[in-house]
Ligand binder design. Structure first.
Ligand SMILES: Nc1ncnc2c1ncn2[C@@H]1O[C@H](COP(=O)(O)OP(=O)(O)OP(=O)(O)O)[C@@H](O)[C@H]1O
Length: 226
């Protein structure tokens, strides 16, 4: 489902964020991406979601080399991917329902279908009773769950999460990880970048360790800690 072949990424500043990364994540798999701060975890996720492109090597997602995807096809491609960030990026002046409905409205879906899909997503993250509330009225864990509902409302084949539990206490963090596990059980391929080693171990899924590229030793790359 996701394949990196000899992928390197150098930012225009000259910073080498990834060097010679090889990785394969099968359809329906769930894995954690870990490594020190600056190891390139966010960069790797961005390359999958077409938010940036590799400097060299191939990133293959759902059978397509991301370099060959034309700009006008990018929105359709991204609909296969649900992305969750640590700071959920919710619109504070919109209700929970409207935040989650946004990607479907952009797609031009009919109101009745939007309602059905938003409620199904809210149900999956256990927030059905909060659809009329505004983000300011929610706890940190609830806000994060709204972010997850918005990312999965399109029923994406791939779910990517960048430090989704970074601001949460251990119980809430565990809850969120189990929510991801459920989406994986429904069939989505899930890749989560996280520093939370204890929690990751508890989840008993594959762990991929990214090593920070050292400027003096560009052979550093990715070690697959399966
Ligand atoms: N837009 C950018 N321009 C220049 N350098 C960048 C950019 N984004 C990231 N970097 C650099 O690339 C390297 C990898 O960054 P990245 O954010 O991918 O790491 P990370 O493993 O996600 O780190 P963290 O755990 O701290 O979030 C870092 O040295 C970072 O400073």
């Amino acid at each position: 489902m996701i394949e990196f072949n000899a992928v390197s990424k150098q930012y225009p500043t000259g910073q080498l964020a990834l060097y010679n990364v090889n990785l394969k994540l099968n359809q329906g798999e769930m894995a954690f991406l870990t490594g020190h701060s600056g190891a390139g975890k966010s960069t790797l996720l961005k390359l999958i979601a077409l938010l940036d492109e590799p400097s060299s090597g191939e990133v293959i997602v759902a059978g397509q080399n991301t370099k060959t995807i034309k700009q006008r096809k990018t929105p359709a491609f991204r609909r296969n991917i649900g992305m969750i960030f640590q700071d959920h990026h919710l619109l504070l002046d919109r209700s929970v329902f409207d935040n989650i409905a946004l990607p479907l409205k952009i797609e031009g879906m009919r109101h009745q279908d939007i309602k059905r899909r938003v409620r199904a997503a809210l149900d999956k993250v256990n927030l059905l009773s909060k659809e009329d509330q505004f983000p300011m009225m929610l706890s940190a864990g609830e806000k994060q769950r709204v972010g997850i509902a918005r990312a999965v409302v399109n029923k994406p084949a791939i779910i990517l999460a960048d430090e989704p539990t970074g601001n949460l206490d251990p119980d809430l963090a565990s809850d969120i990880m189990h929510t991801f596990k459920q989406f994986n059980e429904y069939g989505s391929t899930v890749l989560i970048a996280s520093h939370d080693h204890e929690l990751i171990k508890e989840m008993k899924k594959r762990i991929i360790v990214l090593r920070k590229v050292k400027t003096t030793n560009t052979k550093a790359g990715l070690k697959n800690g399966r």
